[in-house]
Write a protein that binds this ligand. Structure first.
Ligand SMILES: NC(=O)c1ccc[n+]([C@@H]2O[C@H](COP(=O)([O-])OP(=O)(O)OC[C@H]3O[C@@H](n4cnc5c(N)ncnc54)[C@H](O)[C@@H]3O)[C@@H](O)[C@H]2O)c1
Length: 254
């Protein structure tokens, strides 16, 4: 028996990185998973591997977002878990001194407005069921500042954290838990691509992680599966840090 047997999960950004690892872990724990991605081939590959439902959708589009939950409910008849994970970290989002308004707005749309849209769309299904677990992916930069700035990304993740906290409080008595998962730096294409362009920047970050390494996506996925499950039944509105100690460090071990 898996701890997520009979549960149905929606995972946005399931085509790569943390989302793919989470879709795999939720499936391994017994859930049926709707794999959502703007990259239709990647969504299909994930869904084929996991015997799930592939949904090609742009999480910044209100129509697409409505369709994500409607088609999942139509296929499986319920939605227990929503992992809002799709996000971007483009190189043109940098210091506030050089980041243009277009780059700022694009990152806000994909990282923050999408979470607003997705929560707004899924909550009625969870209210109908009288239960549910929403996990919104924020970041450790929601709780601490970085001198190697990505100003819009950081602000968007702060927004995800504040939004999740408030929803957790608002819907607590309806059996719906909402948590913000805050990963430390993870070994995924998003980070690899960003740092391949600037290895010095990678080193500047790595030195601050007490564990001396980036997380593997499977380690973040394990935390997501926990928050999604009844093992986390008294955890809501939390800032759930899975960061190798980075946010607790004053100095790091040699
Ligand atoms: N990698 C890290 O170090 C790290 C650290 C903290 C938080 N995060 C967060 O974790 C989440 C996942 O990051 P990742 O590293 O796995 O990234 P990734 O680039 O490997 O995967 C992101 C996925 O989201 C999809 N996506 C992008 N825009 C979309 C849109 N508009 N609609 C639907 N899908 C879209 C992409 O196609 C991709 O498959 C992001 O929210 C990111 O900010 C990552």
């Amino acid at each position: 028996m898996g701890r997520l047997d009979d549960r149905v999960a929606v995972v946005t950004g399931a085509g790569s990185g943390i989302g793919l690892a989470a879709a795999r872990r939720l499936t391994a724990d017994g859930a049926r998973v709707a794999c959502v991605d703007i990259d239709g081939d990647a969504a299909k590959r994930a869904a084929d591997e996991l015997d799930g439902l592939a949904i090609t959708a742009d999480v910044t589009s209100p129509e697409d977002v409505t369709r994500i939950y409607a088609s999942t409910d139509e296929r499986y008849g319920r939605i227990d878990i929503a992992l809002h994970n799709a996000g971007i970290s483009p190189p043109e989002d940098d210091s506030i001194l050089t980041t243009g308004l277009d780059a700022w707005r694009r990152v806000q749309e994909v990282n923050l407005t999408s979470v607003y849209l997705c929560c707004q769309a899924v909550l009625p299904y969870m209210q109908r069921a009288g239960r549910g677990s929403i996990v919104n992916v924020a970041s450790f930069v929601a709780v601490m500042g970085s001198a190697t700035s990505q100003i819009s990304y950081t602000a968007s993740k702060g927004g995800v954290l504040a939004l999740s906290r408030e929803l957790g409080v608002q819907f607590a008595r309806e059996g719906i838990r909402v948590n913000a998962l805050c990963p430390g730096p993870v070994n995924t294409p998003l980070l690899t691509e960003l740092f391949a362009k600037d290895p010095e920047r990678a080193q500047r970050r790595l030195v601050h992680v007490p564990m001396g390494r980036f997380a593997e996506a499977t380690e973040i996925a394990a935390a997501i599966a926990f928050l999604a499950s009844d093992d986390a039944s008294f955890i809501t509105a939390s800032e759930f840090l899975v960061d190798g100690g980075i946010s607790g460090a004053y100095v790091t071990p040699l």
